[in-house]
Ligand binder design. Structure first.
Ligand code: SAH
Ligand code: SF4
Length: 392
């Protein structure tokens, strides 16, 4: 038992060392100023100490940056003018630049954010009209090392990890776009109140930056999202699932997509390393999974590939005893994709079997089809256009 745990720890160390090589360049501008976004509280205190300021300044700045959403030191009214000027000489409160913003007919808003080194990643705001709020779907990497067959991001090689500032920055820039920061006269209702780490990339292959960013958004004196409002989606990096469970305890979504190893090996190649039995064991261990906070199993519906009644029955056998719900996602095709979406009948039949076994099985309504919502597509379009420009 302990030998097995040691092995998992060794595997975690190996994953962290390997993935850290893809970290972004230091957050410093050409003029030497540094971005305060993305620093932990301790790091912020240290930055201020280096310019001779006391720790309570960090508390003030934290409030302005993360609670009020202010990016201009001149508007931080509890800070005296000379210090505002000193801060502005040394630091910035950065945001990724919205290179493309598209709002769909169904109010889904998709952003392509450009970072300081010119790299780009996608963020999507998905409103929930009934509840008068919505989820911000955030990217964790530019590209992805994994190559799931049905995923457009999987066709792009990993360029780099996103840093903590870039991960938090996507959420803050999405809030900017809706003017969703408190007014000086009181709290504004928050539409952007949930985060799903389901954009480009595998968050558990960029664990340190994702964890740092999530600690920032969960900090009660800033953005203050509860861990119940954050869902991390993974294709199944088993050793890091344990660590995320112990340290962050956010909601977990697992991209299952197939119930037999031979098929999952093919469509989610990470399965060759962490097969279904190991993945399910990690789900059973996941501490945040209680009846109140179920694990979401994501299941992309691929016509004739994984959508038979036998697949549905095997799925309920696999998740038996786990507090779970099954999110059925109609496959979102992209140019050149090797699959088709399951028929409405096949999806209904599948959902019915899962529901009869006592699991909620919502079918994700396709959103924003008119704005290339298949994850990873906007970035490709942008690159194609720029390549076209360069040739012209
Ligand atoms: N890498 C993580 C999170 C990003 S992908 C993961 O794989 O879980 C977020 C979800 O979108 C995953 O469940 C993924 O399988 C699904 N997805 C990717 N491409 C899709 C497509 N073309 N149609 C439908 N779902 C897709
Ligand atoms: Fe990467 Fe997730 Fe796409 Fe698989 S589904 S290639 S893990 S982003």
């Amino acid at each position: 038992m302990s030998a097995a745990l040691d092995l998992t720890e060794a595997e975690r160390v190996r994953i962290l060392a390997k993935t850290a090589r893809f970290n972004p360049p230091p957050a410093q501008l050409a003029d030497g100023r540094r971005d305060l976004v993305g620093l932990s509280r301790e790091e912020l205190i240290a930055e201020l100490a280096a310019i001779g300021e006391k720790p309570f300044r960090a508390k003030q700045l934290w409030h302005w940056i993360y609670h009020q959403g202010v990016t201009d030191f001149g508007k931080m009214s509890t800070i005296a003018r000379p210090l505002q000027e000193k801060l502005a000489e040394q630091f910035i409160v950065g945001r990724p630049e919205p290179a493309i913003v598209q709002t769909s007919e169904d109010d889904t808003r998709k952003f392509l954010f450009r970072f300081r080194d010119g790299q780009e990643a996608e963020t999507v705001y998905i409103p929930d009209r009934e509840q008068d709020r919505g989820a911000v779907c955030i990217s964790s990497q530019v590209g992805c090392t994994l190559s799931c067959r049905f995923c457009h991001t999987g066709t792009q090689t990993l360029v780099r990890n996103l840093g903590a500032a870039e991960i938090v920055g996507q959420f803050m820039a999405a809030r900017d776009s809706y003017g969703e920061w408190p007014s000086p006269h009181g709290e504004t209702p928050r539409l952007l109140s949930t985060i799903v780490l389901m954009g480009m990339g595998e968050p558990l292959y960029n664990y340190e930056n994702v964890a740092k960013a999530m600690r920032i958004v969960m900090d009660g004196e800033g953005i203050g999202l509860s861990r119940r409002r954050i869902t991390l989606s993974t294709s199944g990096v088993v050793p890091m699932m344990d660590r995320a469970g112990a340290e962050l305890a956010v909601n977990l979504a697992v991209s299952l997509h197939a119930v037999r190893d031979d098929l999952r090996d093919e469509i989610v190649p990470l399965n060759r390393k962490y097969p279904i039995a190991e993945l399910m064991a990690a789900c059973r261990r996941y501490p945040a999974a209680s009846n109140a906070r179920r694990i979401t199993f994501e299941y992309v519906m691929l016509r004739g590939i994984n959508d038979s009644p036998a697949d549905a029955h095997e799925l309920i056998r696999l998740i038996a005893g786990i507090p779970a719900k099954v999110n059925l996602i109609p496959f979102n095709p992209w140019p050149g994709s090797p699959y088709e979406t399951s028929s409405g009948n096949a999806i209904d039949r599948f959902a019915g079997i899962v529901m009869d076994a006592g699991f909620s099985s919502p079918v994700r309504t396709p959103r924003g089809r008119d704005i290339l919502a298949a994850c990873g597509q906007l970035r490709t379009e942008s690159r194609r256009e720029r390549a076209g420009d360069a040739q012209a």
